[in-house]
Ligand binder design. Structure first.
Ligand code: ARG
Length: 463
Protein backbone atom coordinates (compact mmCIF):
# COMPACT_ATOMS: atom_id res chain seq x y z
CA UNK A 1 0.00 0.00 0.00
CA UNK A 2 1.37 3.41 -1.00
CA UNK A 3 0.79 6.33 1.30
CA UNK A 4 -0.83 9.18 -0.62
CA UNK A 5 1.36 12.12 -1.48
CA UNK A 6 -1.20 14.79 -0.72
CA UNK A 7 -2.82 14.05 2.54
CA UNK A 8 -1.68 14.01 6.11
CA UNK A 9 -0.60 10.91 7.96
CA UNK A 10 -4.23 10.28 8.73
CA UNK A 11 -4.41 8.51 5.36
CA UNK A 12 -2.96 5.08 4.81
CA UNK A 13 -3.73 4.39 1.19
CA UNK A 14 -3.76 6.36 -1.99
CA UNK A 15 -6.86 7.19 -3.97
CA UNK A 16 -8.30 4.59 -6.29
CA UNK A 17 -6.82 5.52 -9.69
CA UNK A 18 -10.23 6.12 -11.25
CA UNK A 19 -11.28 8.25 -8.31
CA UNK A 20 -8.04 10.23 -8.56
CA UNK A 21 -8.98 11.08 -12.12
CA UNK A 22 -12.56 11.83 -11.11
CA UNK A 23 -11.43 14.11 -8.32
CA UNK A 24 -8.77 16.01 -10.22
CA UNK A 25 -9.25 19.49 -11.63
CA UNK A 26 -5.73 20.02 -12.94
CA UNK A 27 -6.96 19.30 -16.47
CA UNK A 28 -8.78 22.61 -16.51
CA UNK A 29 -7.65 24.66 -13.52
CA UNK A 30 -4.10 24.81 -14.89
CA UNK A 31 -5.52 27.87 -16.67
CA UNK A 32 -5.43 29.59 -13.29
CA UNK A 33 -1.72 29.07 -12.77
CA UNK A 34 -0.58 32.64 -13.36
CA UNK A 35 -3.19 33.89 -10.90
CA UNK A 36 -2.33 31.16 -8.43
CA UNK A 37 1.32 32.26 -8.52
CA UNK A 38 0.41 35.92 -8.18
CA UNK A 39 -1.92 35.17 -5.28
CA UNK A 40 0.69 33.01 -3.58
CA UNK A 41 3.33 35.70 -3.94
CA UNK A 42 1.03 38.21 -2.25
CA UNK A 43 0.30 35.69 0.49
CA UNK A 44 4.02 35.03 1.06
CA UNK A 45 4.71 38.77 1.26
CA UNK A 46 1.88 39.21 3.72
CA UNK A 47 3.27 36.39 5.89
CA UNK A 48 6.61 38.25 6.06
CA UNK A 49 4.94 41.65 6.54
CA UNK A 50 3.16 40.31 9.62
CA UNK A 51 6.22 38.49 10.94
CA UNK A 52 4.69 35.04 10.48
CA UNK A 53 7.69 34.05 8.34
CA UNK A 54 10.98 35.90 7.89
CA UNK A 55 11.75 38.26 5.02
CA UNK A 56 14.42 35.86 3.79
CA UNK A 57 11.93 33.02 3.72
CA UNK A 58 9.43 35.17 1.83
CA UNK A 59 12.09 36.11 -0.70
CA UNK A 60 12.90 32.45 -1.26
CA UNK A 61 9.23 31.65 -1.74
CA UNK A 62 8.70 34.52 -4.15
CA UNK A 63 11.79 33.58 -6.16
CA UNK A 64 10.64 29.97 -6.35
CA UNK A 65 7.14 30.99 -7.43
CA UNK A 66 8.57 33.27 -10.12
CA UNK A 67 10.72 30.41 -11.32
CA UNK A 68 7.61 28.27 -11.70
CA UNK A 69 6.08 31.08 -13.75
CA UNK A 70 9.08 31.03 -16.09
CA UNK A 71 9.00 27.25 -16.30
CA UNK A 72 5.30 27.30 -17.11
CA UNK A 73 5.70 29.98 -19.77
CA UNK A 74 8.56 28.02 -21.33
CA UNK A 75 6.34 24.93 -21.49
CA UNK A 76 8.53 23.15 -18.95
CA UNK A 77 5.98 22.86 -16.15
CA UNK A 78 3.23 20.45 -17.13
CA UNK A 79 1.82 18.87 -14.00
CA UNK A 80 -0.13 15.65 -14.48
CA UNK A 81 -3.31 14.26 -13.01
CA UNK A 82 -1.49 12.94 -9.92
CA UNK A 83 -1.16 16.56 -8.77
CA UNK A 84 -4.95 16.81 -8.38
CA UNK A 85 -5.16 20.55 -8.89
CA UNK A 86 -3.11 23.59 -9.79
CA UNK A 87 -2.72 24.62 -6.14
CA UNK A 88 -1.07 21.36 -5.09
CA UNK A 89 0.98 21.26 -8.26
CA UNK A 90 2.47 24.68 -7.55
CA UNK A 91 3.10 24.01 -3.87
CA UNK A 92 4.91 20.75 -4.60
CA UNK A 93 7.02 22.20 -7.37
CA UNK A 94 7.87 25.11 -5.08
CA UNK A 95 9.15 22.74 -2.42
CA UNK A 96 11.23 20.92 -5.02
CA UNK A 97 12.78 24.24 -6.01
CA UNK A 98 13.30 25.98 -2.66
CA UNK A 99 13.36 23.02 -0.28
CA UNK A 100 11.53 22.81 3.03
CA UNK A 101 10.76 26.51 3.23
CA UNK A 102 8.28 25.82 0.41
CA UNK A 103 6.18 23.97 2.96
CA UNK A 104 5.64 27.26 4.81
CA UNK A 105 3.69 28.87 1.95
CA UNK A 106 0.41 27.33 2.98
CA UNK A 107 0.58 28.77 6.51
CA UNK A 108 -2.65 30.62 7.36
CA UNK A 109 -4.25 29.72 4.05
CA UNK A 110 -6.53 27.01 2.68
CA UNK A 111 -7.15 25.93 -0.88
CA UNK A 112 -10.65 27.25 -0.30
CA UNK A 113 -9.66 30.91 0.00
CA UNK A 114 -6.84 30.27 -2.47
CA UNK A 115 -9.07 29.00 -5.27
CA UNK A 116 -11.54 31.80 -4.60
CA UNK A 117 -8.74 34.32 -4.96
CA UNK A 118 -7.53 32.72 -8.18
CA UNK A 119 -10.89 32.72 -9.94
CA UNK A 120 -11.53 36.33 -8.96
CA UNK A 121 -8.15 37.42 -10.32
CA UNK A 122 -8.77 35.42 -13.49
CA UNK A 123 -12.27 36.77 -14.00
CA UNK A 124 -11.21 40.33 -13.28
CA UNK A 125 -8.61 40.15 -16.07
CA UNK A 126 -11.02 38.47 -18.49
CA UNK A 127 -13.80 40.97 -17.78
CA UNK A 128 -11.40 43.77 -18.59
CA UNK A 129 -10.58 42.11 -21.91
CA UNK A 130 -14.20 41.48 -22.78
CA UNK A 131 -15.00 45.12 -22.03
CA UNK A 132 -12.28 46.13 -24.49
CA UNK A 133 -13.74 43.79 -27.09
CA UNK A 134 -17.16 45.35 -26.54
CA UNK A 135 -15.59 48.70 -27.31
CA UNK A 136 -14.06 47.44 -30.57
CA UNK A 137 -17.43 45.99 -31.50
CA UNK A 138 -19.08 49.34 -30.79
CA UNK A 139 -16.45 51.19 -32.72
CA UNK A 140 -16.96 49.14 -35.89
CA UNK A 141 -20.74 49.53 -35.58
CA UNK A 142 -20.23 53.28 -35.23
CA UNK A 143 -18.04 53.40 -38.32
CA UNK A 144 -20.67 51.54 -40.32
CA UNK A 145 -23.37 53.81 -38.92
CA UNK A 146 -21.46 56.93 -39.95
CA UNK A 147 -21.15 55.63 -43.50
CA UNK A 148 -24.79 54.69 -43.68
CA UNK A 149 -26.64 57.58 -42.08
CA UNK A 150 -28.71 58.13 -45.22
CA UNK A 151 -28.88 54.52 -46.33
CA UNK A 152 -32.44 53.36 -45.80
CA UNK A 153 -33.51 49.92 -44.70
CA UNK A 154 -36.98 48.53 -44.10
CA UNK A 155 -37.90 48.48 -40.43
CA UNK A 156 -40.01 45.58 -39.17
CA UNK A 157 -42.35 44.66 -36.41
CA UNK A 158 -43.62 41.07 -36.35
CA UNK A 159 -41.15 40.64 -39.23
CA UNK A 160 -43.64 42.57 -41.37
CA UNK A 161 -42.58 45.76 -43.10
CA UNK A 162 -43.40 48.58 -40.69
CA UNK A 163 -41.60 51.89 -41.29
CA UNK A 164 -38.36 52.63 -43.11
CA UNK A 165 -35.26 53.37 -41.06
CA UNK A 166 -31.87 54.92 -41.39
CA UNK A 167 -29.52 51.92 -41.52
CA UNK A 168 -27.36 53.84 -39.05
CA UNK A 169 -30.25 53.89 -36.60
CA UNK A 170 -30.58 50.13 -36.87
CA UNK A 171 -26.85 49.62 -36.25
CA UNK A 172 -26.86 52.12 -33.40
CA UNK A 173 -29.41 49.99 -31.56
CA UNK A 174 -26.65 47.39 -31.17
CA UNK A 175 -24.22 50.07 -30.01
CA UNK A 176 -26.66 50.80 -27.19
CA UNK A 177 -26.94 47.12 -26.26
CA UNK A 178 -23.15 46.78 -26.22
CA UNK A 179 -22.96 49.90 -24.06
CA UNK A 180 -25.24 48.33 -21.48
CA UNK A 181 -23.14 45.15 -21.66
CA UNK A 182 -20.01 47.18 -21.01
CA UNK A 183 -21.60 48.95 -18.06
CA UNK A 184 -23.04 45.73 -16.66
CA UNK A 185 -19.61 44.08 -16.71
CA UNK A 186 -18.23 47.14 -14.93
CA UNK A 187 -20.78 46.51 -12.22
CA UNK A 188 -19.93 42.80 -12.04
CA UNK A 189 -16.31 43.82 -11.67
CA UNK A 190 -17.10 45.68 -8.45
CA UNK A 191 -18.27 42.50 -6.73
CA UNK A 192 -15.66 40.31 -8.40
CA UNK A 193 -12.81 42.43 -7.17
CA UNK A 194 -13.13 41.58 -3.45
CA UNK A 195 -10.54 39.42 -1.75
CA UNK A 196 -11.42 36.17 0.02
CA UNK A 197 -7.72 35.55 0.78
CA UNK A 198 -7.24 34.93 4.47
CA UNK A 199 -10.74 33.57 5.02
CA UNK A 200 -8.91 30.25 5.50
CA UNK A 201 -10.81 27.01 5.17
CA UNK A 202 -13.97 28.66 6.47
CA UNK A 203 -13.41 30.35 9.82
CA UNK A 204 -10.36 32.57 9.44
CA UNK A 205 -7.01 31.69 10.98
CA UNK A 206 -5.17 31.66 14.29
CA UNK A 207 -2.25 33.61 12.74
CA UNK A 208 -2.03 37.41 12.94
CA UNK A 209 -2.51 37.86 9.18
CA UNK A 210 -3.25 41.14 7.45
CA UNK A 211 -5.92 40.51 4.85
CA UNK A 212 -6.02 44.13 3.76
CA UNK A 213 -2.32 44.01 3.03
CA UNK A 214 -2.52 40.99 0.71
CA UNK A 215 -5.69 42.41 -0.86
CA UNK A 216 -3.94 45.66 -1.67
CA UNK A 217 -0.94 43.83 -3.15
CA UNK A 218 -3.40 42.10 -5.48
CA UNK A 219 -5.25 45.33 -6.31
CA UNK A 220 -8.49 44.13 -4.83
CA UNK A 221 -10.93 46.90 -3.90
CA UNK A 222 -11.74 45.34 -0.55
CA UNK A 223 -11.99 42.12 1.45
CA UNK A 224 -14.88 39.81 2.25
CA UNK A 225 -16.21 40.74 5.65
CA UNK A 226 -17.32 37.23 6.58
CA UNK A 227 -14.98 34.27 6.15
CA UNK A 228 -17.76 31.74 5.48
CA UNK A 229 -19.21 33.98 2.81
CA UNK A 230 -15.76 34.67 1.37
CA UNK A 231 -14.92 31.04 0.67
CA UNK A 232 -18.34 29.95 -0.54
CA UNK A 233 -19.62 32.94 -2.50
CA UNK A 234 -19.90 32.53 -6.26
CA UNK A 235 -22.42 35.32 -6.84
CA UNK A 236 -19.85 37.23 -8.86
CA UNK A 237 -19.44 34.27 -11.23
CA UNK A 238 -23.19 33.93 -11.64
CA UNK A 239 -23.45 37.65 -12.30
CA UNK A 240 -20.69 37.33 -14.86
CA UNK A 241 -22.45 34.47 -16.65
CA UNK A 242 -25.64 36.48 -16.61
CA UNK A 243 -23.89 39.49 -18.16
CA UNK A 244 -22.21 37.10 -20.61
CA UNK A 245 -25.60 35.59 -21.49
CA UNK A 246 -26.96 39.04 -22.30
CA UNK A 247 -23.97 39.76 -24.52
CA UNK A 248 -24.76 36.50 -26.31
CA UNK A 249 -28.44 37.45 -26.61
CA UNK A 250 -27.40 40.64 -28.36
CA UNK A 251 -24.88 38.93 -30.63
CA UNK A 252 -27.39 36.23 -31.43
CA UNK A 253 -30.10 38.71 -32.41
CA UNK A 254 -27.67 40.50 -34.69
CA UNK A 255 -26.59 37.13 -36.08
CA UNK A 256 -30.18 36.24 -36.84
CA UNK A 257 -30.64 39.52 -38.71
CA UNK A 258 -27.46 38.99 -40.70
CA UNK A 259 -28.59 35.48 -41.62
CA UNK A 260 -31.94 36.82 -42.80
CA UNK A 261 -30.37 39.76 -44.63
CA UNK A 262 -27.99 37.41 -46.47
CA UNK A 263 -30.82 35.25 -47.78
CA UNK A 264 -32.03 35.53 -51.35
CA UNK A 265 -35.40 36.61 -50.01
CA UNK A 266 -34.05 39.70 -48.22
CA UNK A 267 -30.87 40.26 -50.19
CA UNK A 268 -29.85 43.21 -48.04
CA UNK A 269 -26.22 42.16 -47.64
CA UNK A 270 -23.56 40.23 -49.47
CA UNK A 271 -21.35 37.97 -47.41
CA UNK A 272 -17.75 38.16 -48.48
CA UNK A 273 -15.71 35.06 -49.15
CA UNK A 274 -13.50 35.64 -46.10
CA UNK A 275 -16.40 35.05 -43.72
CA UNK A 276 -18.62 32.53 -45.47
CA UNK A 277 -18.41 28.92 -46.47
CA UNK A 278 -19.66 26.76 -49.30
CA UNK A 279 -21.61 23.57 -49.45
CA UNK A 280 -19.98 20.23 -50.16
CA UNK A 281 -22.67 19.39 -52.72
CA UNK A 282 -24.50 22.53 -53.81
CA UNK A 283 -22.02 24.63 -55.76
CA UNK A 284 -24.16 27.78 -55.67
CA UNK A 285 -24.24 27.98 -51.86
CA UNK A 286 -22.58 30.60 -49.69
CA UNK A 287 -23.45 29.97 -46.10
CA UNK A 288 -23.49 32.39 -43.16
CA UNK A 289 -21.60 30.03 -40.84
CA UNK A 290 -20.19 32.78 -38.63
CA UNK A 291 -23.49 34.26 -37.45
CA UNK A 292 -25.00 30.78 -37.28
CA UNK A 293 -22.23 29.60 -34.99
CA UNK A 294 -22.60 32.66 -32.79
CA UNK A 295 -26.34 32.04 -32.57
CA UNK A 296 -25.62 28.39 -31.81
CA UNK A 297 -23.00 29.05 -29.15
CA UNK A 298 -25.40 31.28 -27.25
CA UNK A 299 -27.02 28.22 -25.70
CA UNK A 300 -23.76 27.11 -24.11
CA UNK A 301 -23.44 30.32 -22.15
CA UNK A 302 -27.08 30.20 -21.00
CA UNK A 303 -26.41 26.59 -19.97
CA UNK A 304 -23.39 27.56 -17.87
CA UNK A 305 -25.44 30.22 -16.08
CA UNK A 306 -28.17 27.71 -15.35
CA UNK A 307 -25.61 25.10 -14.32
CA UNK A 308 -23.91 27.34 -11.81
CA UNK A 309 -27.21 28.51 -10.33
CA UNK A 310 -28.14 24.90 -9.78
CA UNK A 311 -24.73 24.07 -8.25
CA UNK A 312 -25.21 26.84 -5.71
CA UNK A 313 -28.82 26.46 -4.71
CA UNK A 314 -28.48 23.59 -2.30
CA UNK A 315 -25.00 24.11 -0.90
CA UNK A 316 -24.71 24.34 2.86
CA UNK A 317 -22.01 26.72 4.08
CA UNK A 318 -19.16 26.82 3.48
CA UNK A 319 -16.91 25.16 0.85
CA UNK A 320 -18.14 21.98 -0.81
CA UNK A 321 -16.38 20.14 -3.59
CA UNK A 322 -19.35 20.93 -5.84
CA UNK A 323 -17.69 24.33 -6.19
CA UNK A 324 -14.92 22.79 -8.26
CA UNK A 325 -17.59 22.54 -10.96
CA UNK A 326 -17.76 26.33 -11.26
CA UNK A 327 -14.53 26.50 -13.24
CA UNK A 328 -15.40 24.87 -16.53
CA UNK A 329 -18.60 26.92 -16.65
CA UNK A 330 -16.72 30.14 -16.09
CA UNK A 331 -13.86 29.26 -18.44
CA UNK A 332 -16.11 28.19 -21.27
CA UNK A 333 -18.37 31.19 -20.74
CA UNK A 334 -15.36 33.48 -21.04
CA UNK A 335 -13.92 31.66 -24.05
CA UNK A 336 -17.23 31.58 -25.88
CA UNK A 337 -18.09 35.24 -25.37
CA UNK A 338 -14.61 36.33 -26.40
CA UNK A 339 -14.60 34.16 -29.52
CA UNK A 340 -18.07 35.36 -30.55
CA UNK A 341 -17.29 39.04 -29.99
CA UNK A 342 -14.14 38.68 -32.04
CA UNK A 343 -15.87 36.84 -34.87
CA UNK A 344 -18.77 39.28 -35.01
CA UNK A 345 -16.42 42.26 -35.04
CA UNK A 346 -14.44 40.76 -37.94
CA UNK A 347 -17.64 39.88 -39.78
CA UNK A 348 -18.90 43.46 -39.52
CA UNK A 349 -15.56 45.02 -40.36
CA UNK A 350 -14.53 42.84 -43.28
CA UNK A 351 -17.03 40.12 -43.99
CA UNK A 352 -20.18 41.75 -45.27
CA UNK A 353 -21.39 44.55 -47.48
CA UNK A 354 -24.76 46.25 -47.52
CA UNK A 355 -26.41 46.16 -50.95
CA UNK A 356 -27.51 49.78 -50.99
CA UNK A 357 -29.34 49.75 -54.34
CA UNK A 358 -31.33 46.76 -53.21
CA UNK A 359 -32.11 48.48 -49.88
CA UNK A 360 -33.21 51.65 -51.66
CA UNK A 361 -35.49 49.65 -53.92
CA UNK A 362 -36.91 47.75 -50.96
CA UNK A 363 -38.09 50.84 -49.08
CA UNK A 364 -39.50 52.40 -52.23
CA UNK A 365 -41.70 49.44 -53.04
CA UNK A 366 -43.85 48.84 -50.04
CA UNK A 367 -46.55 50.39 -47.90
CA UNK A 368 -44.23 51.34 -45.06
CA UNK A 369 -45.13 55.00 -45.66
CA UNK A 370 -48.77 54.40 -44.77
CA UNK A 371 -48.38 55.85 -41.25
CA UNK A 372 -47.04 58.99 -42.85
CA UNK A 373 -50.21 59.46 -44.88
CA UNK A 374 -52.23 59.13 -41.70
CA UNK A 375 -49.86 61.54 -39.92
CA UNK A 376 -50.24 63.94 -42.88
CA UNK A 377 -54.00 64.06 -42.44
CA UNK A 378 -53.75 64.19 -38.66
CA UNK A 379 -51.43 67.19 -38.94
CA UNK A 380 -54.19 68.85 -40.97
CA UNK A 381 -56.67 68.35 -38.17
CA UNK A 382 -58.27 65.02 -39.15
CA UNK A 383 -58.52 62.91 -35.97
CA UNK A 384 -55.75 60.27 -36.20
CA UNK A 385 -58.04 57.25 -35.89
CA UNK A 386 -60.24 58.55 -38.73
CA UNK A 387 -57.14 59.21 -40.86
CA UNK A 388 -55.83 55.73 -40.04
CA UNK A 389 -59.04 54.14 -41.32
CA UNK A 390 -59.02 56.19 -44.50
CA UNK A 391 -55.44 55.18 -45.27
CA UNK A 392 -56.29 51.55 -44.55
CA UNK A 393 -58.93 51.86 -47.26
CA UNK A 394 -56.41 53.44 -49.64
CA UNK A 395 -53.96 50.57 -49.02
CA UNK A 396 -56.69 48.03 -49.72
CA UNK A 397 -57.78 49.63 -53.00
CA UNK A 398 -54.15 50.16 -54.10
CA UNK A 399 -53.31 46.53 -53.41
CA UNK A 400 -56.34 45.46 -55.43
CA UNK A 401 -55.05 47.29 -58.51
CA UNK A 402 -51.37 46.55 -57.95
CA UNK A 403 -50.41 50.12 -57.09
CA UNK A 404 -48.33 51.65 -54.31
CA UNK A 405 -49.41 54.73 -52.37
CA UNK A 406 -47.00 56.90 -54.33
CA UNK A 407 -48.80 55.85 -57.55
CA UNK A 408 -52.16 57.32 -56.52
CA UNK A 409 -53.14 60.45 -58.44
CA UNK A 410 -53.89 63.69 -56.60
CA UNK A 411 -57.52 63.26 -57.67
CA UNK A 412 -57.58 59.83 -56.05
CA UNK A 413 -56.07 61.24 -52.85
CA UNK A 414 -58.59 64.08 -52.78
CA UNK A 415 -61.42 61.68 -53.36
CA UNK A 416 -60.27 59.95 -50.20
CA UNK A 417 -60.14 63.24 -48.29
CA UNK A 418 -60.24 66.85 -49.50
CA UNK A 419 -57.36 67.85 -47.23
CA UNK A 420 -54.79 66.17 -49.52
CA UNK A 421 -52.60 68.52 -51.53
CA UNK A 422 -49.71 68.03 -53.96
CA UNK A 423 -47.17 67.95 -51.11
CA UNK A 424 -48.44 64.48 -50.14
CA UNK A 425 -45.89 63.00 -52.57
CA UNK A 426 -42.95 64.59 -50.75
CA UNK A 427 -44.37 63.53 -47.41
CA UNK A 428 -44.41 59.87 -48.36
CA UNK A 429 -41.06 59.65 -50.15
CA UNK A 430 -38.93 57.17 -48.14
CA UNK A 431 -36.19 59.65 -47.30
CA UNK A 432 -38.71 62.17 -46.01
CA UNK A 433 -40.53 59.45 -44.10
CA UNK A 434 -37.29 58.72 -42.23
CA UNK A 435 -36.19 62.33 -41.85
CA UNK A 436 -39.55 63.30 -40.39
CA UNK A 437 -39.14 61.00 -37.38
CA UNK A 438 -37.10 63.59 -35.61
CA UNK A 439 -38.41 62.89 -32.12
CA UNK A 440 -35.71 62.25 -29.52
CA UNK A 441 -34.21 58.80 -30.10
CA UNK A 442 -36.07 58.42 -33.40
CA UNK A 443 -34.69 57.44 -36.79
CA UNK A 444 -34.68 60.99 -38.21
CA UNK A 445 -31.25 61.76 -39.66
CA UNK A 446 -30.66 64.62 -37.23
CA UNK A 447 -31.40 62.41 -34.26
CA UNK A 448 -29.21 59.61 -35.53
CA UNK A 449 -26.23 61.79 -36.30
CA UNK A 450 -26.54 63.30 -32.82
CA UNK A 451 -26.70 59.78 -31.36
CA UNK A 452 -23.53 58.86 -33.24
CA UNK A 453 -21.69 61.90 -31.88
CA UNK A 454 -22.79 61.09 -28.33
CA UNK A 455 -21.83 57.43 -28.60
CA UNK A 456 -18.45 58.24 -30.12
CA UNK A 457 -17.50 60.63 -27.38
CA UNK A 458 -18.71 58.23 -24.71
CA UNK A 459 -16.60 55.49 -26.25
CA UNK A 460 -13.60 57.79 -26.30
CA UNK A 461 -14.08 58.81 -22.66
CA UNK A 462 -14.42 55.19 -21.58
CA UNK A 463 -11.32 53.88 -23.30
N1 ARG B 1 -9.71 22.10 -6.84
C1 ARG B 1 -10.54 22.66 -5.82
C2 ARG B 1 -11.61 23.52 -6.48
O1 ARG B 1 -11.46 23.82 -7.61
C3 ARG B 1 -9.72 23.52 -4.91
C4 ARG B 1 -10.29 23.67 -3.56
C5 ARG B 1 -10.30 22.36 -2.86
N2 ARG B 1 -10.70 22.50 -1.49
C6 ARG B 1 -11.04 21.44 -0.79
N3 ARG B 1 -11.39 21.67 0.44
N4 ARG B 1 -11.07 20.24 -1.28
O2 ARG B 1 -12.60 23.88 -5.87
Amino acid sequence: MTKPTTWSDRFESALHPAIAVFNASIGFDIQLIEYDLTGSIAHAKMLAHTGIITNVEAQQLVAGLEQIRQEYRAGKFQPGIEQEDVHFAVERRLTEIVGDVGKKLHTARSRNDQVGTDIRLYLRAEIEQIRKQLQSFQSILLQKAEHNLETLIPGYTHLQRAQPLSLAHHLMAYVQMAQRDWERLGDVLKRTNISPLGCGALAGTTFPIDRHYSASLLNFDGVYENSLDGVSDRDFAIEFLCAASLIMVHLSRLSEEIILWASEEFGFITLKDNCSTGSSIMPQKKNPDVPELIRGKTGRVFGHLQGLLVIMKGLPLAYNKDLQEDKEAIFDGVTTVKACLEAMTILLAEGLEFRTPRLAAAVAEDFSNATDVADYLAAKGVPFREAYNLVGKAVKTSLAVGKLLKDLTLAEWQQLHPAFEADIYDAIAPKQVVAARNSYGGTGFQQVSQAIVTAKSRLQNNS
